[in-house]
Design a protein around this ligand. Structure first.
Ligand code: 5RP
Length: 218
C-alpha cells in the first residue's frame, strides 16, 4: 500500500463521523481531498460544508456539495482535516498547504475535530516539519527577527500568498516540547496571524491509515 492508499483509508473511515442533516467543516490538502471525494458519495446526507480554503471550496463545489459561509451557520458538529505532524496527545503541526489560519478558525468553531493522516505523520515530538507561521506582509522582517530570538530559522515561502493575502514563514529548528505554550507565545508576536501548532485546540480523534487497517487514537 502506498501513502495515497493509506490517506484514502483514513479519509473513508472519517465518513462514519458525518451525521445526517448537518453542515460539516472540511480541511485542506491531499488527505482532505480524499475525504471530499468520499463525502461526495454521501452528499445527499449533509446540508453542505464550510471549507478551510478556496481550493477545498472549489473541490467541494465540483462534486455538487454546497459550500457555506461560516458566518451563516454558527458552530459546526464536525471538522475533518489532514495534518503535517501529529503526536499521541493529538497535538498537531498544520499549514504545509498554507491554509492554517482558516483551518484553525474552522477547527475552533467545531465540536469535534477528526484528523486524518497516513501513519508516517505520527511523531513523538513536533518540530521536524518546519512550522508554518502566517504573517501580515509588512511585519515579515520584524516577525522573522523575533523567531530567530526564539531559536528558529524562518524562511519565507517564496511565491506564496495565503487566501487571506498574507505570507508564510516556515520555521526550522524550534524545539516544540511544550506545544500549547509555544503556540500562544508565537501568536503574541505582533504581525503573526497564527502559527501552525494546533495544541490549544488539538484534534479530538486521530485516524491513521496503516497497512494493517486504520488505527484510531482519541
Ligand atoms: C494544509 C494542511 C494540510 O492538512 C497538511 O499540510 C497535510 O497535507 P496532506 O494531507 O497533503 O499531507 O495543514 O494547510
Amino acid at each position: 500500500m502506498n501513502d495515497d492508499d493509506l490517506k484514502r483509508q483514513a479519509a473513508e473511515a472519517a465518513l462514519e463521523y458525518v451525521e445526517s442533516g448537518t453542515v460539516i467543516g472540511v480541511g485542506t490538502g491531499s488527505t482532505a481531498d480524499r475525504f471530499i471525494d468520499a463525502l461526495a458519495r454521501i452528499k445527499s446526507k449533509i446540508d453542505g460544508a464550510v471549507a478551510s480554503s478556496e481550493s477545498s471550496a472549489e473541490r467541494l463545489r465540483s462534486h455538487g456539495i454546497p459550500v457555506l459561509d461560516l458566518n451563516d451557520v454558527g458552530d459546526l458538529p464536525l471538522y475533518v482535516d489532514g495534518t503535517d505532524e501529529a503526536t499521541r496527545h493529538l497535538q498537531l503541526i498544520k499549514g504545509g498547504g498554507g491554509a492554517l489560519t482558516r483551518e484553525k478558525i474552522v477547527a475552533g468553531a467545531s465540536r469535534k475535530f477528526v484528523c486524518i493522516a497516513h501513519e508516517a505523520k505520527l511523531v513523538d515530538v513536533l518540530g521536524d516539519f518546519p512550522l508554518p507561521v502566517e504573517v501580515i506582509p509588512m511585519a515579515r522582517s520584524f516577525v522573522a527577527r523575533q523567531l530567530v530570538k526564539r531559536g528558529g530559522w524562518p524562511v519565507l515561502r517564496e511565491g506564496f500568498v495565503t487566501d487571506n493575502g498574507n505570507v508564510i514563514l516556515d520555521v526550522r529548528g524550534l524545539k516544540i516540547l511544550e506545544p500549547a505554550r509555544l503556540e500562544a507565545d508565537l501568536n503574541d508576536i505582533p504581525g503573526v496571524v497564527t502559527n501552525g501548532i494546533f495544541a490549544l485546540r488539538p484534534a479530538d480523534v486521530l485516524i491513521l491509515g496503516t497497512p494493517d487497517g486504520v488505527r484510531t487514537l482519541t
